[in-house]
Write a protein that binds this ligand. Structure first.
Ligand code: ASP
Length: 301
């Protein structure tokens, strides 16, 4: 059994952006699926799928990321190997072209899990990770959005997700033929965030979690709320106690997010058998998935 799930954010994706999201998650799925179906590893599938979305300016990850309140782009990302429990993550990092690749390098080459800011950049430089200029990540749409938000009354992040503010974080969960489950998430965070703000995406257990004996999860949505309920690990814990049912776990975890902390967002989940589930309480969520038990891939926005 092999399986791959991709997401490209959960929010009120406007009609005119649906097609770009559909194409973006479909392309990422195709890249990861090619790797898995040729016997490649979940680590490569998750990294390369996410790299494709970090390249695609449609999404808030890598190129196309949101700009913080002082006009900078700060990136968060994480990846976790569900068989070794090793993980790598970066937070509030600038000038990295492919944030998930730096997270992977930390997972594989460091005794640490989470590196932030200039230390993470330094680690990347030492390990051959591609650096870039701010302009390589900044797109006109986000510059305009940033200009518009300056001097305006601050809209809370919660309101941002309830309303039409974008949340185009990307993520992937894969199961390869060796039974390895890997989950990863990459984001530019939230629009106009305070410098140094860190969301759920780079926090193991919050935005990303994998345990090959149970399943893997990547989250998106209002990060401050997701952190409070430790959403990704909550989904995995629920599967551990419900006989491995990913649909029930995804549904109940998002219900908990909403009930306990009025949170909004979505999760993609694979259980250890590669059964996929997705659940969200936002108007839309961009996702794509395929398993060797399915006749064809599903692309949904
Ligand atoms: N969860 C991300 C964050 O709060 C945002 C998103 O999912 O779009 O940084």
């Amino acid at each position: 059994m092999i399986a791959l799930m991709i997401h490209g954010g959960a929010w009120d994706i406007p009609d005119d952006l649906v097609e770009a999201h559909r194409q973006g998650v479909a392309r990422a799925l195709a890249i990861g699926w090619e790797i898995l179906s040729k016997g490649g590893s979940s680590i490569d599938a998750v990294e390369k799928s996410i790299n494709a979305m970090e390249d695609d300016p449609t999404f808030d990850a890598g190129r196309g990321s949101f700009v913080n309140s002082i006009g900078e782009i700060e990136l968060d990302a994480s990846i976790m190997n569900g068989s070794t429990f090793r993980a790598g993550a970066i937070a509030a990092v600038q000038n990295i072209r492919y944030p998930i690749s730096l997270a992977r390098s930390i997972m594989e080459n460091s005794e640490h899990i989470l590196l932030v800011g200039t230390g993470a950049v330094r680690f990347g430089r030492e390990h051959g990770i591609l650096q870039c200029r701010d302009d390589d990540l900044l797109v006109g749409r986000e510059l305009e959005r940033w200009k518009e938000l300056q001097g305006k009354e601050n809209v809370s992040t919660k309101d941002a997700f309830r309303k039409k503010r974008p949340g185009d974080t990307v993520g992937a969960v894969a199961l390869d033929e060796n039974g390895l489950i890997v989950a990863g998430t990459s984001t530019g965070g939230t629009p106009n965030k305070y410098p140094g703000r860190v969301g759920d995406s780079p926090l193991i257990g919050c935005g990303t979690y994998a345990d090959s004996t149970i399943g893997g999860v990547s989250c998106t949505g209002w990060g401050e709320a997701i952190i409070k309920v430790v959403l990704a690990k909550t989904v995995v814990d629920m599967m551990e106690h419900n006989g491995g049912d990913p649909v029930a776990a995804a549904t109940q975890a998002i219900e908990r997010l909403e009930e306990k902390v009025e949170g909004y967002g979505g999760v993609i989940v694979l259980n250890r058998e590669g059964v996929p589930a997705v659940f969200f309480n936002t108007p839309r969520m961009a996702r794509a998935y395929c398993t060797s038990a399915m006749a064809s891939a599903r692309i949904e926005v």
